[in-house]
Design a protein around this ligand. Structure first.
Ligand code: HEM
Length: 365
């Protein structure tokens, strides 16, 4: 008998049972009726938060599977394709979540006052899935913005704290990607010295930019000096890319996070992304930039909504509300290095073509 015939006949499924709708739809329990008349908008508040938590669950599911794929020493193209596909799904969910802010914004600040005080001290700080998402991406405790000199860890219960602390011990997406990039074979073969070519092309480009600033009569002396100083700073960053000690300094100052090798590999992928062998790696990096950008947009949309709801009041979790949240939009970033790579790119017309020997070496990885 064939495998197909041996398979057990599936049990009939009923829509509501499969989705456990009894449980799901019984889980919206406003607290306002305990203290007086039910606040009409509390149901919206609960449903919107629950919808977020469901999507957070799906995003964590995708990220866990991507971690699993990156764990392998070698990532063949089929698996890289799956990574790209799942990261893209995360981005699409994020876009949806960003739009959902508009739904909660249909509640006015005054309507929120009908039940806000009953929620103290619960807060978005206690969204363990949101914190798990941040940690799984690579935002660990040393890097996140603290509020009132404390960590959100002081606001969550023991079992949630233990769960997140354990998660912080595990590799995150940032470290997987850093290791994967660092494994790329590097690009000095007997017939091709890319970095040497790159450095001299940069020197020419920078000298060209300096000459434009020097000869621009529209600039005042002070403006010229400021522009030249900015160019010198960019030049110093370029030099650091190829100088171990200077690069280590940038890392120590928190100006870059990627390892030097990973940074060089990423730069190479960005510059040669049209080569078939770099197509998927570039899509991976681009998805990470999308995730970071969407998360920052969410933080920004959330803080705007919070200011609209609370003005300058503190949050139910006791932080300085929108002030704390505004700082997170600027500083709680994970993949900013990939965005900043744009600083180091060169126009295609001055890039050397990749020799066949390099392409073959890359295909083997
Ligand atoms: C009336 C609507 C909302 C208000 C007034 C509000 C307010 C706040 C405030 C003030 C904070 C800072 C912590 C505190 O002091 O409590 C916060 C954090 C947070 N909120 Fe909201 N929030 C609202 C809706 C939402 C929604 C719909 C979500 C979706 C899940 C959400 C998720 C979060 C998260 C994850 C944090 C922690 C952010 C971080 O630490 O970076 N909030 N919220």
């Amino acid at each position: 008998m064939s495998e197909f015939k041996k398979r057990r006949k599936p049990d009939p499924v009923y829509y509501g049972d499969y989705l456990q709708l009894n449980k799901l739809l019984d889980a919206q329990q406003p607290v306002s009726p305990k203290y007086g008349p039910e606040a009409h908008d509390e149901t919206l508040f609960i449903v919107v938060h629950q919808a977020y938590e469901l999507w957070f669950k799906q995003m964590l599911h995708e990220l866990r599977s991507v971690h699993g794929l990156f764990k392998a020493e070698y990532l063949p193209d089929e698996q890289l394709m799956t990574v790209v596909h799942r990261l893209h799904r995360v981005v699409v969910i994020q876009e949806l979540l960003n739009q959902q802010i508009k739904v909660i914004e249909t509640m006015t600040a005054q309507d929120f006052l009908e039940f806000r005080d009953y929620l103290v001290p619960a807060s978005g700080f206690q969204s363990i899935q949101f914190k798990a998402l941040e940690i799984s991406l690579g935002l660990n405790r040393d890097r996140r913005v603290a509020f009132d000199q404390e960590s959100f860890y002081s606001r969550i219960n023991d079992s949630d704290r233990a769960y997140l602390e354990q998660l912080e011990q595990e590799p995150d997406l940032f470290s997987y990607v850093d290791a994967w990039l660092s494994r790329m074979p590097f690009l000095e073969t007997p017939d091709f010295s890319f970095w040497q070519h790159y450095q001299s092309a940069i020197a020419t480009e920078m000298a060209h930019d300096e000459a434009i600033v020097e000869s621009n009569d529209l600039l005042t002396d002070a403006e010229r000096a400021a522009e030249l100083a900015a160019l010198a700073a960019t030049k110093a960053n370029f030099v650091a890319l190829f100088d171990d000690q200077e690069y280590a300094k940038l890392q120590a100052e928190g100006r870059v996070r990627l390892s030097q090798q990973a940074m060089q590999a990423a730069l190479f992928i960005y510059m040669y992304r049209e080569e078939p062998v770099f197509n998927l790696p570039w899509q991976v990096l681009n998805s990470l930039v999308d995730i970071d950008e969407q998360l920052t947009i969410w933080r920004f949309r959330h803080v705007m909504m919070v200011q609209r709801m609370l003005g300058s009041k503190i949050g139910t979790g006791g932080s300085s509300g929108h002030e704390y949240l505004r700082k997170t939009t600027e500083r709680n970033r994970v993949f900013a290095d990939f965005m900043n790579l744009a600083t180091y790119l060169l126009p295609k017309r001055i890039l050397p073509p990749l020799p066949e020997s390099v392409k073959q070496a890359l295909r083997r990885k």
